[in-house]
Write a protein that binds this ligand. Structure first.
Ligand code: MTE
Length: 327
């Protein structure tokens, strides 16, 4: 994001990052299973072999999603990389900081308040939120504005399931997502890098789109703290920063919410933040990306796809909009 370190400028793979052949093969087998509909147990055991010893980590499985576009066959990023190369500024700005520091995050008890322009505002205990709809497994690409991407099997359900329960009023045009900001458990909150709490927002139709995922887990496990436990958003066609971690409030509003990155650097981070190779970040191109764990320093970068490859599913949401102005 705003800060550039040697780590987020370039990614140097370590020997330990290179996938052993056996693991690679088991991942191909897993993808075949997923493609043929036999997900679940195979994924959970495969992931738990690799999983970091996370206190509180537990299996969280879901059936393969039937939502259009939700199951890319791209090679999965290794769990170890997905859970150790993170942006979670509440725990520091270096990619390695969250995995080291996020153990202090207290994820239980946890509540998410749903408020604002809805008929049925509610305060959900995490346990109730988990049960609100069936958990699904979805394999999404997540692309960061910094120019790297990952492929992660997330577990959760469409945010629209929750939205339907609280019955938004006709005047609700946007949804604001407020995340945890606790200086006692989040060392980064003392820094001035952002105006805390970390807030994100979506237009109502974006929030209702079936691909917008309320996620509780990844790789068949509950979310590691550094990936946004106990509940986060994953919006696969937008830059990663729209996917707020450790959500505590979901608020329905008439006016477009002031998001944390937009408030901090309005010229660099717009409200929509759709992955768009044709709109450069003011300080760097967005035309290509590095897939974490696959692309070495000298490897050819991948071309970034419009809407991160989800154009068929979400392109119509932006018909008629000037996406160069409304970036
Ligand atoms: N959510 C909070 N609360 N704080 C953050 O700093 N970083 C965002 C997003 N959500 C962030 C956040 C950014 S910039 C990215 S790229 C993704 O989380 C990274 O998610 P990951 O660590 O699971 O890959």
């Amino acid at each position: 994001m705003l800060i550039k370190s040697s780590q987020n400028g370039f990614y140097h793979p370590h020997a330990s990052d290179i996938t052993p052949q056996a693991l690679y093969q088991s991942r191909r087998d897993l993808l075949k299973h997923l493609a043929t509909g036999v997900a679940g147990a195979a994924l959970a055991s495969w992931a738990s072999r690799e999983a970091f010893a996370q206190s509180g980590a537990a299996a969280l499985r879901g059936a393969k999603s039937g939502v259009a576009g939700a199951m890319t066959l791209d090679k999965l990023t290794e769990y170890k990389l997905a859970s150790s190369y993170n942006n979670f500024y509440e725990f520091g700005t270096d990619k390695a900081d969250p995995a080291k520091a996020a153990h202090t995050l207290k994820t239980s008890p946890w509540t998410v308040e749903v408020e604002g322009l809805v008929k049925k505002p509610a305060r959900y205990a995490l346990e109730d939120l988990l049960k609100l709809s069936a958990q699904e497994e979805r394999i999404y690409r997540l692309r960061c504005v910094e120019g790297w991407s990952m492929v992660i099997p997330w577990v959760g359900y469409s945010l629209s399931e929750l939205i339907k329960k609280v019955e938004p009023l006709g005047s609700a045009k946007y949804v604001e997502f407020v995340t945890q900001a606790d200086p006692r458990t989040m060392p980064g909150i003392g820094s001035k890098v952002l105006d805390w709490p970390y807030v994100e927002g979506l237009r109502m139709d974006e929030a209702m789109h079936p691909l917008t995922l309320l996620s509780f887990g990844m790789y068949g496990e509950v979310l590691p703290k550094q990936n946004g436990a106990p509940v986060r958003l994953v919006v696969p066609w937008k830059y990663g920063f729209k996917s707020g971690k450790s959500l505590v409030k979901i608020r329905f509003t008439e006016k477009q919410p002031a998001t944390a990155w937009n408030r901090t650097a309005p010229g660099e981070y717009g409200f929509f933040s759709n992955v768009n190779p044709d709109v450069d970040h003011p300080r760097w191109s967005q035309a290509t990306e590095r897939r974490i764990g696959e692309d070495g320093l000298f490897a050819k970068k991948r071309k970034t796809l419009m809407f991160n490859g989800y154009e068929a599913q979400v392109g119509q949401l932006y018909a008629g909009m000037d996406l160069k102005k409304l970036f």
